[in-house]
Structure formats: C-alpha cells, structure tokens
Write a protein that binds this ligand. Structure first.
Ligand SMILES: CC(C)(COP(=O)(O)OP(=O)(O)OC[C@H]1O[C@@H](n2cnc3c(N)ncnc32)[C@H](O)[C@@H]1OP(=O)(O)O)[C@@H](O)C(=O)NCCC(=O)NCCS
Length: 414
C-alpha cells in the first residue's frame, strides 16, 4: 500500500512544538521528512522536561516521529552549500524560527525560489505582518492574543489558557493543510509558493464562534450565555464558564466520587429534544407538566437550578454510569476523561490514536498517533531520530562522497 505523500521530500527546519507537529503529520502520511538541527545542540526540546537524564525527552520524541534527522550548521559557508543542495533536493521547506532568522541565514523566499522554483516554503510565526510581527511567540501568548483566553474561564474570574495546544499544534495543523494545498497547486502550476500561518490567526480561526458572538452582541444579549437573563453583558464577548455555546444549555456536573477524584464530572447537554427523558430520569417528571419548566424559554432563567437538580442525580452515579443511562435517552453527555483514563482506553489503542513506541535509549513509551485516518494510507508510528542519526545517509543522497563528508565534518558543518 503506498503512502499518500510518498515521494514528497520535506526539509524540516522546525523546532519546539508548532512546526514539528506539522511535519510529523506529513511524515505520517508518508513524506520523507529530513529534520535539520544545529550540530551538538539540536532542537531545544530534546533536553526540556526530561524524565530520564540524558535521554531525548518525551516532549521531543512525541513531536518528531517518522522523521530522519541530520545536523547542519547553516551559518557556516560549507553548511550553506549543503543547505542549498537540500533546497534543490526537497519539495517543501518548513520552518518556525523567530521572525527574520531565515533571512539572516541568507535564505530569503526570493533566494529559495531562485534555487528551486518548485519548492514550497512554509513558515509559522507568532503574528502576521503588523505591529507585533517581530515578536517571539509561545503557546500561551498565542492563546491570549488570538481570542481564546478572553473567552475561556468562569464568569467574573481571570481569563484562562486551555490545556489543548491550539496555538502550537493548532497552527501546525493549519500549516500542514497549507502545504498539501500548495503541493496540489504545484501539480498543475509547476511552481512552488510561500505558505505562512501566524499563531494568532490560527487561534482566532478556532475562536470563530466567539467573533460571531461579538457581532451578535450589537443586536442584544446573547441568550445562550449564562449571563442571560440575570447577569450583565459588557462590550466584548464574555467568558461563559462551561456553557455549551451552541444554543443548547450544557454544564459540567459532579458525579459520584468527586470529593476525592478531580475528574469525577460529566458534561451534560439538556437539549430540548431529549428533555423529557432527562427530566424523568432525574426524578423531575413534574417539570413536564409545569409551564414554569416545560419549555426551553421558561427554563432559560433557571438553568443554574436545573443543573443543580441534574447534579443531585449525577452525584449518585459514577460518570460512566451516567453516560450509559443518558446516551440511550439521546441526552448528549461526555465524562471528563483524565489522561490516565485516555492512556488506558482500549478503543483508542485499537485505532492507533494511542500507540506504544519503542525507543533505543528510553525504551517503550506512549504517544498520540495520527488522529487523521486514511483508508489507503495508514500510519505506522516509528520513533524520532537521535541527533544527527541520518546525517551521513542524507549527505550521500545529496551526492557527497566519503571524502566530501569527512571534509564537512572536519569543518564543523555537520
Ligand atoms: C519559538 C521561538 C520563540 C524560539 O526562539 P529561539 O529559541 O530564540 O530560537 P530562534 O528561532 O530565534 O533561533 C535561534 C537562532 O538559532 C539559529 N539556528 C537555528 N538552527 C540553526 C542551524 N541548523 N544552524 C545554524 N543556526 C541555526 C537561528 O538562525 C537563530 O539565529 P539568529 O538569532 O542569529 O537569527 C521562536 O523560534 C519563534 O518565535 N518562532 C515562531 C513562532 C513559533 O513557532 N512559536 C512556537 C514554538 S512552539
């Protein structure tokens, strides 16, 4: 079975999280990803949050599967020569250096396009052109500047960042789509192009519904927000706690064991279509006859009371029992699953969304595999490269003989 991106060569100059998640996806689809790192140093994440001393961290290994790795100092003349060969050899260059770093190395888009007109040059930066374009940006900065933090958190409390890496991994996903789109375009145009994703833009794209609400505010209060009708709205889309945001009342309620288990909770959506079943199940058949309760409009000002009543019932069951009872009643709900529970979930193991990977220095570890499933191009997850593991192999593919390889080594370029 051939892989969807077989034959596509990626010159991977990415580091930390955002860029590596993008090239990892492309590698899972079968692209030959050559990760280039500074000799002796490598991607900083190799050494960050190390759980085992002097062994590539999980931070690194979980973001760099299925890639080959070489070292190259692109600031030395002999390194630049090899880098030029790599640019001619590959289809896509991906980087997420600080703004201007590629230009400072001597590789502007114009230069890259001149060296290989078919090359696609893809970048992640924190911000697009404008006031902040020169800033270095990490995950939480993007969450805060992209509209996520201002709309996440409890009402009247501090803005919150989310655990989902929407700035880094989210922008990596956006960039991967840009790259395959540019590759598709190249099949008929014959030309490469520049692909750019700013983390602020990526986060804002994921917060699209909150910009929707910003404009709806001009026409009156947001009736699906918990602030309505008892609270106040300001000028901007507010935080909405755990409200579902889609117009159906939803909230996180406690389940049995919540006193000791921080994840003994479940999300319940009390949508109108399934309300009768939910009301009966929690012992409130009376609501169905009562005009104070039996329409969505009547319930709206009393959602807090309604969820408190639902919670009295959910607290008598564990979160999985609640799920098993409510699902057949068509009440949408989702237990709050901990990372421990997800790691142990058999169905995720079966689909390859959670995989066990073997690494020569750290042994076996768990990773998230490819969440995107292609029927004709399944992903096998293979371990990340050691620093410089494939340097000689790649140099030989670029046409360097033993003497030439020794010379670049001697010069410190690899
Ligand atoms: C993530 C980030 C903040 C890290 O900043 P940093 O650790 O200072 O790293 P930089 O990207 O600035 O790179 C440091 C230097 O190493 C150099 N370098 C990197 N790889 C090299 C190589 N193989 N050979 C020679 N030099 C190399 C760069 O050219 C740069 O040099 P310069 O400052 O002289 O231009 C920054 O890269 C950034 O803002 N990236 C864009 C946004 C992004 O992706 N953020 C999310 C990361 S998860």
């Amino acid at each position: 079975m051939s892989k969807a991106l077989e034959g596509v060569k990626i010159l991977d100059m990415t580091h930390v999280q955002s860029g590596p998640t993008c090239t990892q996806l492309l590698a899972w689809f079968g692209a030959d990803v050559i990760k280039v790192e500074r000799p002796g140093v490598g991607d900083a994440t190799r050494g960050q949050l190390q759980d085992i001393p002097n062994v590539d961290s999980l931070y690194f290994t979980m973001l760099n599967h299925n890639k080959r790795g070489m070292t190259l100092n692109t600031k030395l003349d002999s390194g630049k020569e090899i880098f030029e060969k790599l640019i001619r050899h590959c289809d896509v260059l991906v980087e997420n250096f600080a703004p201007g770093a590629m230009d400072r190395m001597g590789f502007s888009w114009e230069r890259i396009h001149e060296l290989n007109p078919r090359m696609i040059y893809a970048s992640i930066k924190g911000f697009g052109p404008g006031k902040y374009e020169d800033c270095k940006v990490y995950e939480n900065v993007a969450q805060c500047t992209g509209g996520s933090a201002s709309t996440t958190g409890m009402i009247g409390e501090v803005p919150l960042v989310t655990g989902a890496q929407i700035g880094d991994s989210g922008t990596g996903l956006h960039l991967a789509l840009g790259i395959v789109t540019a590759l598709f375009h190249r099949t008929h145009s014959g030309e490469g192009q520049r692909v750019e994703c700013a983390m602020q833009d990526g986060v804002l794209n994921l917060c699209r519904v909150k910009l929707r609400d910003q404009q709806r505010l001009a026409h009156g209060p947001l009736t699906e927000y918990p602030q309505y009708p008892n609270g106040e709205f300001g000028e901007a889309t507010p935080r909405a706690g755990n409200a579902s945001g889609g117009g159906q009342p939803g909230w996180i309620v406690k389940c049995k064991g919540w006193e000791t288990d921080p994840d003994a909770y479940i999300y319940v959506i009390a949508q109108a279509a399934a309300f009768a079943g939910l009301a009966k199940e929690i012992g409130h058949a009376d609501w169905l006859e009562d005009p104070e309760w039996n329409t969505p409009k009547a319930r709206l000002p009393k959602l807090e009371t309604m969820f408190a009543e639902i919670e009295k019932w959910t607290m008598t069951k564990n979160k999985f029992e609640v799920m098993d009872i409510l699902n057949p009643l068509n009440v949408p709900c989702g237990p709050i699953l901990s990372m421990k529970e997800l790691a142990e979930e058999p169905s995720l193991r079966k689909t390859g969304t959670i995989v066990e990977v073997d690494h020569p220095e750290r042994g076996t570890y768990l990773s998230v595999g490819n969440p995107i499933k292609l029927s004709a191009s399944p992903s096998d997850v293979t371990r990340s490269p050691l620093l410089g593991e494939h340097t000689d192999e790649v140099l030989r593919e670029l046409g360097l003989d033993v003497g030439a390889i020794a010379a670049v080594r001697e010069a410190g370029a690899v």
